[in-house]
Design a protein around this ligand. Structure first.
Ligand SMILES: [Fe+2]
Ligand SMILES: [Fe+2]
Length: 339
């Protein structure tokens, strides 16, 4: 297979819909952005890029950004204070990227070393990080870019209060742990994709050009995590998804300080983004953006049959791994009973 192009053929022209502050016009802009940045062939290209990144990791280059031309006049249908509050929330959520990448690496390390290295790099025998993963190298550009954007719009630096990343916490069932953790990763990349796309629907010109680079990175990562997860969990169904979310919620109720759940993550992110200050129109259009992106992802998901995923990532060692996972889970339960 030939290496896929590292930078997707996404046009950089930014004003792709007429400017108007009504909710209907915002909806039109969201649909136009989804069509523009998430066409099915682009999602396919981003997933097919992943096996090449396992062997030859290459940073997706950013275009030179027109920082000097960014101005609050480029906002559409949103006031500068609300937009800056959202930027501040995104900064706090993006900032602890090292914590995110290292917990993901640990969940993946035993069974999927190539993916573990892609997200979290390589550690030596004493646990020191010696090389960064490509995911971290690309994501760590986001916080400085958002801070710079905040400075351009607000005329002052933001107060950064990074969210604490949830550390690696094995339960004794590595397969279930990885599934739950992977769901969180896909959900956060999806959330970031929808948010940046929604923000792009509320601006134009140089401001939109800056956000575009973050959006393209998030789409790239979301697609890779989703597709890899479909390969790694060929037996997963909607029932598996529901079961995993319910278990996380039960653990969250029992151990509120240590355990995370998707609901908790969603609530925390909404609080950080200043959701109570949003107008009903802004809330409705963000929900619309979540809906439009998810529809596109499900459409793409139907083009991922097992044979295609095997062609990309090789035969899945599911049966062998399942025996190993069952053995580890059994030992974990026996040890837990002994204590
Ligand atoms: Fe990001
Ligand atoms: Fe991300």
């Amino acid at each position: 297979m030939m290496p896929a192009a590292i930078s997707p053929p996404v046009p950089c022209e930014t004003d792709i819909a007429p400017l108007a502050p009504s909710w209907r016009a915002t909806g039109d802009r969201i649909r136009a952005l989804v069509d523009h940045y998430l066409p099915l062939d682009h999602l396919r290209d981003r997933l097919e890029d992943l096996p090449h990144q396992f062997t030859q990791p290459r940073l997706r280059p950013w275009q030179p950004l027109p920082w000097a031309a960014v101005h609050r006049d480029q906002l559409v249908g949103i006031d500068c204070d609300t937009f800056c509050r959202i930027l501040a929330g995104a900064i706090d959520t993006e900032a602890p990227i090292r914590g995110y990448t290292q917990s993901s690496r640990q969940y993946l390390a035993h069974h999927y070393p190539a993916m573990a290295q892609f997200v979290g790099g390589h550690v030596d025998s004493t646990g020191n990080l010696v090389t960064l993963g490509l995911w971290e190298r690309e994501e760590k550009r986001h916080t400085p870019a958002l801070i710079k954007l905040y400075r351009c719009l607000a005329g002052r630096a933001p107060r950064v209060r990074p969210h604490a990343a949830r550390p690696y916490r094995p339960s004794g069932d590595p397969r279930a742990d990885l599934y739950r953790h992977g769901l969180h990763r896909v959900a956060t990349e999806y959330g970031a994709t929808c948010l940046y796309l929604w923000m792009m629907a509320h601006c134009h010109g140089p401001l939109q050009t800056v956000l575009r680079e973050l959006l393209v990175d998030e789409i790239n990562h979301m697609t890779k995590f989703w597709g890899f997860g479909r390969w790694a969990y060929p037996d997963a169904t909607l029932a598996t998804l529901g079961q995993s979310l319910t278990q996380a919620l039960i653990h969250k109720i029992r151990q509120p300080r240590t355990q995370g759940s998707l609901l908790h993550t969603l609530r925390r992110m909404m609080a950080e983004l200043g959701w109570p200050h949003w107008s009903w129109q802004q809330r409705a259009t963000l929900i619309y953006s979540l809906d439009q992106v998810m529809r596109r992802l499900w459409q793409w998901d139907r083009t991922l049959p097992p044979a295609y995923l095997t062609h990309l990532f090789g035969p899945h060692l599911y049966r062998t791994l399942r025996r190993r996972w069952q053995a580890i889970a059994w030992v974990g339960r026996v040890e837990a009973r002994g204590h």
